[in-house]
Design a binder for this molecule. Structure first.
Ligand code: MHO
Length: 177
């Protein structure tokens, strides 16, 4: 059996990144959670203050024989803005920072390369943080599968749905079932 790999990425509100990566073939599990802060087992209310230092992240379990880490990062960089420090659209605070938490040296090398390539695509400097993956704290149950459960909720239809639509269009050849 293939050895699954893990990727941990923060690209703003995890309802968005979760919904996009759930579309991608080879991504077998997507979990929303918090990483990179100072308080153990933080709650959503705590991380929302922006003062615990956690980023909203998704942890992906993927099959590298179906989708590579580089491809995942390419998707990541088209569904969030890596040039706005601690902000995605109207969501502001350190919890919305752009961050790649690498799990091994190979991921770190690939991430560096992709960040370099993205600098040619985006106008402003890329502010994406690149750090070794810290502890991942899974978010509350009601945050898992959020977009699937609440497609008509205001934020989901205004912010999440367009990102999902964009990813489905751009990565039509990489969609799950
Ligand atoms: N501004 C959004 C972000 C949600 S996200 C899980 C809201 O507060 O509903 O951070």
């Amino acid at each position: 059996m293939t050895q699954l790999q893990t990727a941990t990425l923060g690209g703003g509100c995890f309802w968005c990144t979760e919904a996009v990566f759930q579309q991608i073939r080879g991504v077998l599990k997507v979990e929303s959670g918090y990483s990179g802060g100072s308080v153990p087992n933080p709650t959503y209310e705590q991380i929302c203050t922006g003062r615990t230092g956690h980023a909203e992240v998704v942890r992906l379990s993927f099959d590298p024989t179906i989708i590579g880490y580089r491809e995942l990062l390419e998707i990541f960089f088209t569904i969030h803005d890596p040039t706005t420090l601690n902000r995605q659209g109207n969501d502001t605070g350190t919890q919305y920072r752009s961050v790649i938490y690498f799990h091994d040296e190979q991921q770190k090398t690939i991430a560096r390369e992709v960040i370099k390539a993205m600098a040619l695509v985006w106008d402003g400097p890329i502010v994406t943080e690149l750090t070794q993956a810290p502890i991942f704290y899974i978010a509350e149950d009601y945050h898992q599968n959020y977009f699937r459960q609440h497609p008509d909720q205001g934020y989901c239809s205004i912010v999440v749905a367009p990102k999902v639509a964009k990813a489905r269009k751009l990565f039509a050849g990489k969609l799950a079932g």
